[in-house]
Design a protein around this ligand. Structure first.
Ligand SMILES: NC(=O)c1ccc[n+]([C@@H]2O[C@H](COP(=O)([O-])OP(=O)(O)OC[C@H]3O[C@@H](n4cnc5c(N)ncnc54)[C@H](OP(=O)(O)O)[C@@H]3O)[C@@H](O)[C@H]2O)c1
Length: 273
């Protein structure tokens, strides 16, 4: 599906580099079909050496002749970069954006053309090919564009198609979510240390427990409450801990965290979008 496509990654920082790495590792296209742009020439030279992709500091040069543009600059840089590359944007080009809070409508407006745009909100586990990646299409993108976007993002994680009006909510859930889980792992580790387990062992056990529990939810397809019920032996340790977690409001705190992060995503979107 992607083999003959030329992709330009505009703003090849953390996310852009992770996406290029994933595409090459999955052998979805050869390095010669990828062009990366950013301003820092030393960083570009490192990219050229490590990934074998074309590099340039000239965004317009990168965009020229591309079939797919992958926009990975920060939201505050989006307006200037979109206006800069607009003259190279032609009919038939697919624009993919990971820029938080920048709507597909605003991307088309800045480009001055009704091009197909698919937005994504990847989270940082894309760096280890385990991202959660909700994608949403704009008004001029069709099923075939969603399929292309899915093919690209599947190289670095799992894709969910959502409506664009849910992009702030998915930012609050999976976009910011790794942070919540890091805090859970850190706190469980501290609990283990308090009970006498050496810190490095406690951290490995906590991380593997989160990883394993997530895999159980994903692979059994069972509701998490059923999985919880299956491991809470009457009068046992887990149900004693459940009582503690419920009385301290763990679930309410997490629900509130997602809602607060969603509201913040909306505020930021209004600022730059
Ligand atoms: N990190 C996350 O968890 C995450 C999650 C979801 C979405 N996002 C979105 O992904 C985007 C990138 O995030 P990131 O974490 O990868 O940031 P990043 O590492 O700072 O990457 C942005 C890159 O853009 C380049 N850049 C800045 N101005 C430019 C210009 N005028 N022309 C070309 N390149 C330019 C910067 O390199 P130079 O300084 O060398 O130009 C930098 O490498 C953001 O829009 C963010 O909202 C990030």
């Amino acid at each position: 599906m992607l083999n003959k496509k030329k992709i330009a990654v505009i703003g090849a920082g953390h996310i852009g580099t992770a996406l290029m790495g994933g595409l090459l590792k999955a052998k979805l296209l050869p390095p010669g079909n990828l062009t990366a742009s950013r301003r820092n020439e030393t960083a570009l030279e490192e990219l050229r050496k490590s990934l074998g992709v074309h590099v340039t500091t000239d965004n317009r040069k990168a965009a020229k002749g591309a079939d797919i543009l992958l926009l990975c600059v920060k939201p505050q840089q989006s307006a200037a970069v979109l206006e800069e590359i607009a003259p190279e944007v032609h009919e038939g080009l697919l624009v993919l954006s990971v820029m938080a809070g920048i709507t597909t409508e605003s991307i088309c407006r800045r480009l001055g053309k009704p091009v197909p745009v698919v937005r994504a909100m990847p989270n940082t586990p894309v760096l280890v090919d385990e991202g959660a990646i909700p994608i949403a299409r704009g008004a001029h993108a069709g099923e075939e564009h969603l399929k292309l976007a899915s093919a690209i993002y599947t190289a670095v994680g799992r894709v969910e198609v959502v409506a664009e009006n849910l992009m702030d909510a998915v930012t609050g859930l999976s976009g910011s979510g790794p942070v919540y889980v890091y805090m859970v792992i850190e706190a469980m580790t501290d609990g283990g240390v308090k009970m006498g387990i050496p810190r490095d062992i406690a951290r490995r056990l906590s991380a593997q427990t989160v990883f394993g529990a997530a895999k159980m939810v994903r692979e059994t397809g069972k509701h998490p409450a059923i999985l919880k019920d299956e491991v809470t032996t009457p009068g046992g340790t887990a149900i004693a801990a459940v009582h503690e977690l419920e009385s301290k409001g763990l679930r309410t705190v997490l629900i509130d965290a997602v809602c607060t992060a969603t509201r913040r995503a909306k505020e930021l979107s209004e600022l730059y979008g």
